[in-house]
Ligand binder design. Structure first.
Ligand code: F6R
Length: 586
């Protein structure tokens, strides 16, 4: 949540355009407002705008600023409305700050600062940071000393970068529980993620409590005790920078279309040895949102094929309900970003309260989850920019399938066919586009599935909600009769996932029951000829594969359906309202 960037140019070049280009890459982290501040001689010049980055760009056309040292921000609002006044950079007299995270003790700090005469002009928690830094500058501290002193005072999570008018060549930045990297190219870059650092060959990921001072072409790093350190520079993977939309109008469609290659790469780069399950009597999966649904699918697979009891927990609930962890537990975190604070905290809880092994499945390399996991499996989906997760989800399912089927050679072999079958599904996107015309005016939609298709029903409904803003609910098809069936009438689309598996007959009966109450029933199935699939329903036929892989094949048309519905409704597909790509606040 929130993207921050800072650039110290190696020459006197104006870096405003480069900051904006960086913010474009970071906008997926939040798009409630944006702003930029640069040092111009010994003054800080700042331009901010509410709403998407485009508003800031428009403002900068008539309000030109220029400087070779500066910071930028794209916001996902936590404290204070998404107004221009609350947009970052936030300033005190001689200091401008950009911040990602939450200062949890900001009220106490604000109270003290107000008593000392500091005037607060925003509703943000970040403003205390600006005034605290200013107070240190007033006391004669250097930029680095200001950070050293204030990091003892602030509590919560943060990635902060600041510029100081009296130190015009310097940016200082620090992080705690929010990501921050320093990139080395022609200039030195500071950013929430390396996606904004396309001009960098090498990068350093800061650890919690570390700080960096960049002056000219020199970056000095400090550990939690403010002792100098020389962290290892890492090469930047091209998959995670220079990510564009290519021939597609939206990242979401591009990423849906990339699924065959993401799955293929994921299969090739992960070999799962069944030994990781030796001695394990229970698997505990921790995740949020779409990643949680991947975990739910895995529960069906793990219990059936590994014969290990598996619990899947919503990470934001898990650690607050005093869970009993038990012995011989393998904890698996699933997270695209590797940054989701709820998932990180739940994993920390397991680490601190048990001797369980904790492993992770993540997409973003070097993200925070890698530092708290004993081992990490990477999905090879490449950078996912669309806020709604698509290719990361099927790549997660791929690794989970590799784990579940590690002792079942036939299934592992069949997994190799999956990318080609996904291509086949994607090639019939026109059919799904037509289907979208049948449901895009609905106010509400129902998704039904049984067994491992139940989580896919939940995922289909989540996608529709977040991108098209149509209210949608996923249900276990057998659960309909216990209440939700009351919702069905002729106006509500009922989307049924009915692959040919051991529950096919049961699901098809549930479909009949739905059809008896509403006329807009849509079936996704890989059994075209079955008499059990009612002719009155709209049918989308998918290619056949072992029933175990049906969740992966069935989710793809649901993603496409969401995309085309959202297009028809004119929503901002890649940046749906109120959302942000990585959720670093609780
Ligand atoms: C939905 C979506 C979210 C994420 C969730 C967890 O499309 O993207 O529900 O799945 O916020 O994020 P990660 O996987 O990064 O931990």
């Amino acid at each position: 949540m929130c993207g921050i960037i800072g650039i110290v140019a190696s020459s006197n070049n104006n870096i405003v355009d480069e900051i904006i280009a960086g913010l474009e890459k970071l906008e997926y982290r939040g798009y409630d407002s944006a702003g930029v501040a640069v040092i111009c001689s010994d003054r800080i010049e700042r331009v901010r705008a509410a709403g998407k980055l485009q508003n800031l760009k428009t403002k900068l056309e008539s309000n030109k600023i220029s400087g070779s040292v500066g910071i930028g921000h794209t916001r996902w609002a936590t404290h204070g409305k998404a107004t221009e006044n609350n947009a970052h950079p936030i300033m005190s007299r001689d200091v401008a700050v950009v911040h990602n995270g939450i200062i949890e003790n900001y009220k106490e700090l604000k109270f003290d600062l107000q008593k000392e005469g500091y005037i607060f002009e925003t509703d943000t928690d970040t403003e205390v940071v600006a005034h605290l830094l200013q107070r240190e500058i007033n006391n004669g501290c250097s930029p680095l000393e200001t950070f050293k002193n204030i990091m003892k005072l602030i509590e919560g999570s943060y990635a902060i970068a600041a510029v100081f008018s009296s130190f015009p060549n310097t940016i200082v930045a620090a992080k705690y529980r929010c990501p921050l990297a320093v990139g080395f190219g022609e200039n030195i870059y500071i950013g929430s993620d390396i996606n904004s650092m396309s001009a960098c060959g090498e990068v350093v990921y800061l650890e919690d409590g570390e700080c960096v001072e960049v002056t000219g072409d020199n970056a000095l790093f400090f550990d939690t005790n403010f002792q100098p350190i020389e962290p290892k520079r890492q090469k930047v993977s091209p998959d995670f920078v220079n990510v564009g939309k290519g021939e597609y109008g939206h990242y979401m469609l591009k990423e849906i279309m990339e699924q065959p290659s993401a799955i293929r790469r994921t299969i090739l780069s992960n070999k799962i040895d069944g030994e990781i399950f030796n001695g394990v009597s229970r698997i505990l999966i921790l995740a949020c949102g779409t990643s949680y649904y991947a975990g739910m699918v895995a529960k069906y697979w793990f219990e059936k094929f590994l014969k290990i009891a598996t619990d899947v927990e919503i990470a934001s609930e898990y650690r607050y309900r005093h869970p009993i962890i038990g012995e011989n537990v393998l904890a698996i975190a699933i997270t695209q970003s590797g940054e989701t604070i709820d998932t990180l905290e739940a994993m920390e809880h397991v680490r601190k309260n048990s001797n369980s092994k904790v492993i992770a499945i993540a997409n973003v390399r070097n993200s925070a989850i890698s530092r708290i996991s004993d081992f990490i499996f990477y999905t090879e989906a490449g950078m996912e920019i669309g806020v709604a997760s698509t290719k990361a989800f099927t790549a997660q399912l791929t690794i989970l399938a590799q784990m579940a089927f590690c002792n079942h050679e036939f299934l592992i072999r069949e997994l190799q066919n999956l990318p080609t079958l996904c291509e086949e599904v994607l090639s019939s996107s026109k059919e799904i586009e037509d289907l979208a015309k049948k449901i895009h005016t609905a106010n509400s939609a129902i998704y039904l599935g049984r067994g491992s298709l139940y989580p896919i029903a939940l995922e289909g409904a989540l996608k529709l909600k977040e991108v098209s803003y149509i209210h949608a609910e996923g249900f276990a098809a057998g659960e309909m009769k216990h209440g939700p069936i009351a919702l069905i009438d002729d106006n509500i689309p009922v989307i049924c996932l009915c692959p040919h598996n051991e529950l096919f007959e049961k699901t098809s009966s549930n479909i009949q029951v739905a059809l008896a109450r509403g006329k807009n029933v849509i079936i996704f199935s890989d059994l075209p000829g079955s008499k059990l699939l009612p002719s009155e329903a709209t049918k989308i036929i998918l290619p056949r594969i072992s029933e175990e892989f049906a969740p992966i094949l069935h989710v793809i048309p649901l993603q496409l359906l969401t995309y085309y519905v959202a297009l028809l409704r004119g929503t901002d597909v890649d940046k749906p309202r109120n959302l942000a790509k990585s959720v670093t606040v609780e």
